[in-house]
Every structure is written in C-alpha cells, then in structure tokens.
Design a protein around this ligand. Sequence first.
Ligand code: NAP
Length: 252
Amino acid sequence: MLSSFQGKTIIVTGGSKGIGKGIARVFAKNGANVAVVARNLEAAEECASELNEENTNVMAFTGDVQDRESMKAVARQVFEKFGSVDVLCANAGIFPAANLEDMTNEDWDTVMNTNAKGTFHAVQACIPYLKQAEYGRIVITSSITGPVTGYPGWSHYAASKAAQLGFMRTAALELASHQITVNAVLPGNVLTEGLEGLGDDYLTEMASAIPMKKLGTVEDIGYAALFLASKEAGFITGQTIIVDGGQILPEN
Ligand code: NAP
C-alpha cells in the first residue's frame, strides 16, 4: 500500500477538466489538498465544488502557464493557503490541429508556449516550495504523440510533448540532490469531456485501434501520477510511464 497523501498539497495545472480533473480527483480521494489551476477561474471553481461533494479538499486558483509571473503567484498562493507544495502535476496542455504546410508561426508558438514553456514555468515556480517539502515530486503529463508516435496535423504538438521529456531529464538531474523527483506520464487516447462531443461512432473507431478496445479514463492517468508522486516512488526519477491500453505495441 502507498503511504497516505493526507497533509500533502498537490498543484494540478489544467486541473479544471479532462485529465487534470481526473488527476485532481485521484489525489483528493487519497487525502491530499488539491489546488486546481486553469485560466478560467469559474470552470476551476465548478470543478472544485464538484470534487468537494465527494468529501475532499480541493480549491480553485486562476493561472496561465504561458505567464511566468502568473505561475509564481499561483505557487505562492497555494503555499500560503495550505502551508506546503509537495507535488506539482504539470498537466496543462492544448492540441489545436494544423497541417504542416499551413502552420503559422503563431500556431507553433501558442502550442510550444503552453505545452513546453508552460511546463518550465510551472516547474520553476514550484521549486522553492518543493525544496522545503519532505520529498518533492513533479509529474509531467506528456503524450505518446511525439515521444513515441506521430499523428498527422499535430507536428507542433508532438514537438512540444517530446520537448517536455528532454526538459524532464535535465530537471531530474538538477533537482535530484534535493530529493525531488521529476517523471512523466504518457497517455494514449483518453476519454475526456472534449472527446465525448465527437459522438459514439467516432469514439468506437478510436477504441478499435487500441488492443484493449477501450479508451483510457482520466483516472487511469491520475493513478499513474499518484504512484509517481508517492513516497514509495522516491528512487524513480527522469522516467516515463505509458498509459495507453497497449496502443503503441502492434508492429503494424
Ligand atoms: P482538456 O480537457 O482540454 O483540458 C485542458 C486543461 O488545461 C483545462 O483545465 C484548461 O483550462 C487548461 N489550460 C489550457 N491552457 C492553459 C494555460 N495556458 N494555463 C493554464 N491552464 C491551461 O485537455 P486534456 O485532454 O485533459 O489534456 C490534458 C493534458 O494531457 C495535456 O497536456 C495533453 O497534451 C495531455 N494528453 C491528453 C490526451 C487525451 O487523450 N486527452 C492524450 C495524451 C496527452 P483553461 O482553458 O481554463 O485554462
């Protein structure tokens, strides 16, 4: 059994919906204080009140990972509210499609500034507090797209998700002596609110490409993050866990 998360404080960027909300739910149900961070405060507050109906301690904060000062302010506010920042789940990300031939510099920059630079901003802002924690943990939500596979229409996204892993390995080295670990979860196709709108036929087709014949749940990613953030995972750093129902395994 993993040690309790009671009294530990977790920041989840992009925690108001999708995978981030799943991560928030899993940590909150395991006793942690959870700070959900998103640009839209109202959505973050709705998420917090929904999760708190399950007898948890979740609080909403507004922040934009593209903005370094905004992330510093969030980390400080969370520390002031809960007294520690023990775990950062750097999860916020966007995935607007753009074919390579039509892609503008703005398309590229928005995705990189959110997914890659945003990870840097969130991590850097939390370092002073993670150093004070009994054991600090950083879990990055990357993707199989980029680090392992390709997907037409998402070359900028794939580059940003691979960039997160290059960043992770050096961050892990720089922070190791402080007993702070830095790892990443690489989701495959996960059923989020955004995908639900695409309709049953589309979702069935997506699921058929996965050996387990189903999409992942947001909590599937949450449990992988929970393990990497646990006391028991303290000797694992700079590593990745793929959570994809076997999607990357077939040779053809
Ligand atoms: P989602 O449902 O669209 O949720 C994205 C979350 O990120 C929202 O809370 C959003 O809130 C927040 N966000 C977006 N831009 C932000 C910014 N600049 N600053 C702060 N928060 C921001 O996305 P998702 O599908 O759960 O994806 C979450 C992560 O998982 C991403 O990193 C994505 O690359 C990764 N992933 C997803 C899948 C999948 O199948 N869904 C697969 C592999 C990897 P606001 O808009 O209010 O800011």
